[in-house]
Ligand binder design. Structure first.
Ligand code: DQA
Length: 154
């Protein structure tokens, strides 16, 4: 048996078009970039005693692979599935493996999809997530990390 007494690991995974943050519809998603999110996340995680990694891909299979990696490496997940939120059953099934293996998965959104176009109202991921934070810009990620920290400390 191995004993892992390091800081809890959290993978912050981001789906398609989120690499365009700062340029893409700034009135909806803000002016800050994915690089800015990486810096902010490292700072928040440091304060919470978490070890974070931020990744982004436009590729569904890469995102599915990273969720498998999270399960195998016992990493909690903060997931912004972007448009995959609304239709990717493959992503949903991969995300379900995170929570059914006893790890936390927080679904996050910068915007509040429920207040936008109707195709954004349904999330295929929400039903298997530990919880969801939406509508607070970068603060959605900060709140998600705090929720992970609080749940692990609880
Ligand atoms: C998003 C909301 C999704 O509807 C959209 O497709 C995105 C970003 C958000 O963070 O607000 O790409 O996940």
């Amino acid at each position: 048996m191995t004993v892992d007494d390091g800081a809890p690991r959290v993978m912050i995974l981001n789906g398609p078009n989120l690499g365009r943050l700062g340029v893409r519809e700034p009135e909806v998603y803000g002016h800050a970039s994915m690089a800015d999110l990486e810096l902010a996340a490292a700072e928040w995680a440091g304060g919470l005693g978490l070890e974070v990694q931020v990744r982004q891909t436009d590729d569904e299979s890469a995102l599915v692979g990273w969720l498998h990696e999270a399960v195998d490496g016992r990493s909690h997940v903060v997931l912004n599935p972007a448009a995959f939120t609304h239709y990717s059953y493959a992503l949903r099934d991969a995300a379900a493996q995170v929570t059914t293996s006893g790890l936390l998965l927080v679904e996050v959104h910068l915007s509040n999809p429920a207040a936008r176009e109707s195709f954004r109202h349904y999330s295929v991921v929400a039903g298997i997530a530990t919880g969801t934070v939406a509508g607070f810009g970068f603060d959605s990620y900060r709140l998600a990390l705090e929720a992970v920290h609080n749940k692990l400390s609880g």
